[in-house]
Design a protein around this ligand. Structure first.
Ligand code: BTN
Length: 322
């Protein structure tokens, strides 16, 4: 028995005794307890209700590829011929990079539990099973890498606008593409490229979105973080519906980007830009200096005013803090 079988039962949010769980799953109580410990170690709080049994803090919805596909608006259904949900993977982005050659042009891969989620700049991405959305998209482009400048910002725009449309408040983008709520990180985006440098090429776009962050994860994050429950005043959309809303917006954004590049997103980015006009600290290798953010250029590079001049920063080389 793996933790998934246990969660199938616990997901209803009710209290289940250890004996009932063991009976239902056909295993010993010790085996049930071991899987509860595994889930807790992965960051999912499983509460012990005195002597009465175990429950999760709130009902949890498992992802279902059929339900996500069915919830896609008809007009965008054809954009996502391949939607997959896996219970456990090291990383949805690593998996798509490994399998890119054999997959359909557009593929969306979700995992309930990533054991080695990756973030930008070599960092990790921590997300407890079922308390967030972790997924990656494979998308093919006719042109080469140079045409994809600003892609990760365009993806940020699509994610941020979708969350706003679903009722999330105080949503902004911190360059290059952190989605923030109240100045704290709500979602992260990691874009990796493969294929031919001069084209055709493909992008693997990984997105991690916090839905309900337990306290332990907030402490482990090493930076101020937020979840969608805070941003939506607890009215978090069901996970399959949310996944479908994001896929619909992202499919449209990717099509639009393939035709017009970042230019089509520049104004929308400006409307979400959390740094515009603010003083920032720029770290570029060993160098560190203060400057004032002044929006992004036509390629999605950050412009900062320093002294009398304007410096243009590429996201691969620098980190910027407000
Ligand atoms: C960041 O802000 O540093 C980017 C985080 C990206 C995390 C997502 S979760 C789904 C996909 N799989 C990964 O291993 N990483 C991305």
């Amino acid at each position: 028995m793996d933790a998934r079988a246990l969660l199938d039962t616990l997901a209803d949010g009710h209290t289940h005794s250890g004996a009932a769980l063991a009976r239902r799953l056909g295993v010993s109580r010790a085996a049930v307890w071991k899987q509860i410990e595994t889930l807790r170690a992965a960051g999912l709080p499983v509460l012990a209700e005195g002597g009465r049994g175990y429950r999760v803090e709130r009902p949890l919805q498992m992802l279902d590829a059929g339900a996500i596909g069915a919830a896609l608006p008809r007009a965008v259904r054809a954009l996502w011929p391949c939607i997959e949900v896996r219970w456990q993977l090291d990383s949805t982005s690593s998996e798509l990079l490994r399998a890119a050659e054999d997959l359909p042009g557009a593929t969306a891969l979700f995992a309930e539990w990533q054991t080695a989620g990756r973030g930008r700049r070599g960092r990790g991405w921590l997300a407890p099973p079922l308390l967030g959305l972790t997924f990656s998209l494979l998308w093919r482009f006719e042109h080469g890498y140079a045409a994809l400048a600003g892609l990760s910002l365009a993806i940020g725009v699509a994610v941020a606008e979708t969350l706003r449309a679903l009722g999330a408040r105080d949503i902004a983008l911190k360059w290059p593409n952190d989605v923030q709520h109240g100045g704290r990180k709500l979602a992260g985006i990691l874009v990796e490229l493969g294929g031919e440098f001069l084209g055709p090429c493909h992008a693997v776009i990984g997105i991690g979105l916090n839905l309900h962050l337990p306290r332990s994860m907030r402490e482990a994050a090493g930076q101020p973080v937020a979840d969608l429950a805070e941003a939506c005043g607890d009215a978090v959309p069901a996970r399959n519906a949310l996944a479908a809303a994001l896929l619909a917006a992202l499919g449209e954004a990717l099509e639009q980007f393939a035709h017009g590049g970042f230019a089509a997103f520049a104004e929308r980015y400006a409307a979400l830009d959390a740094l515009a006009g603010r003083e920032v600290t720029v770290e570029a290798g060993e160098r560190r200096y203060r400057a004032r953010a002044a929006g992004v250029d036509a390629r999605g590079a950050l412009r900062v005013r320093r002294g009398d001049g304007v410096v243009v920063l590429d996201s691969a080389d620098v980190s910027v803090r407000a």
